[in-house]
Design a protein around this ligand. Sequence first.
Ligand SMILES: Cc1cc2nc3c(=O)[nH]c(=O)nc-3n(C[C@H](O)[C@H](O)[C@H](O)COP(=O)(O)OP(=O)(O)OC[C@H]3O[C@@H](n4cnc5c(N)ncnc54)[C@H](O)[C@@H]3O)c2cc1C
Length: 391
Amino acid sequence: MEQKETLMTEYDIIIAGGGIAGSTAAKFAARGGLKTLLVERHKTPRDKSCSGIQFGYFEKILGEKIPKERLCNIELNKVSIVLPDGKSFSSPFKMFNFMRKPFDDWLNILAQEAGAEFLDDCVCQSVEEKEDHVIVNLVKPKEKKKFQYKTKYLVDATGLRPKIRTQLRPEDFSKESVGATINYYIDGNPDMDPETLYQFWNLEWNNVMFAWVYTKTLDDGKDYWVVGTGCNDVNVNERQEKFYQHIKEEYNLVGEIVKREGYKTSMDMYSKNRVWLGKNRILMAGDAAGLIDQTRGVGMDSAALSGRLVAKSILKAEKKGKDALELYTKLMKGVTSQTIRNQEREINIFKENSELQNYLETGLLKTGLAMLFHSQLNKLKSAEKQKLLPP
Ligand SMILES: Cc1cc2nc3c(=O)[nH]c(=O)nc-3n(C[C@H](O)[C@H](O)[C@H](O)COP(=O)(O)OP(=O)(O)OC[C@H]3O[C@@H](n4cnc5c(N)ncnc54)[C@H](O)[C@@H]3O)c2cc1C
């Protein structure tokens, strides 16, 4: 690639990745007065493979009310848990339901409105650590342009295949994909409730969490049924086909598959070192920090919270002459310890569906009550002290 120019623009903070963690960090950093640059590799608005479901406290963590036009047409008001033996339990539970394309676009706009500069279609390639700053190498592939910026802090918020973490800690990643998910969007009319999030627990369909069915609004403004699953081996297509057949037969979900999407990661999800918040002036947030939680089945809440807290830590470090990573590690203690604890009890410890069945039957009531208790308690707590659900 032709190197057209080398600009040494200086920032207080550069954030790589314009997803949930990066956009939230950029908004809070810029609002606090830091000269902030948010860099996103795709042209925005961009698609992101995600179920886009979150709990009520998500607005509190983001510090924003989510506008109706950024949500899907259909609200999710109920959860249905289907056990391996087919028995099911339902409970009313209100959740946000959105597509990541309009949602992340809104977050990108909020960051800019707070004063952050935003570069999309721009890849953060690598970093060079210096004594009191970081040099960030950026590429705009379409314009065949490479350039370097100087920053006091770099936040890697580039998701489950984090560019800078891979450079700094290649040992945390394998060459092969170690986890995958797949979704089909179907134009159908099954015997299912469109306002329910269905969780199907069965090791044959998903050996790391539940397989799922819910409704989603695509770019054409119409609603579709999403059938999806994931696993930690190479059999995701096989598992998805089996699960899809089951949904077709049991719930009469027949219709055209209008969209397929998939996602792979090579981060070692089972490593003791998966949760890592960074080193010196280079800090990790969201999935890049290893915060996605397969036991809870979500990651956007911890991504937003870490984005908010990484900005707070840097602002405080700058004001008080302290170490940002130390402050960040302290503020993140609750989230990191919950993630590490959950990592140890992920369902892939079960070899048979009967063991999973027993685990769910004995734990469901306890989890339900804990959800209820902490949802209420969270209403009294500050945004930064939210207990992530399920607790
Ligand atoms: C199939 C699936 C379903 C899920 N469902 C849910 C759910 O229902 N609820 C929930 O809470 N969580 C869910 N998650 C998890 C959730 O998607 C993640 O935890 C969340 O997106 C993490 O946010 P993030 O900001 O860390 O990373 P991301 O949202 O992945 O954002 C990273 C951004 O960085 C950009 N980027 C990557 N490399 C570079 C680079 N080199 N330079 C610049 N930019 C770069 C990417 O384009 C992307 O925009 C799901 C995940 C998957 C895969």
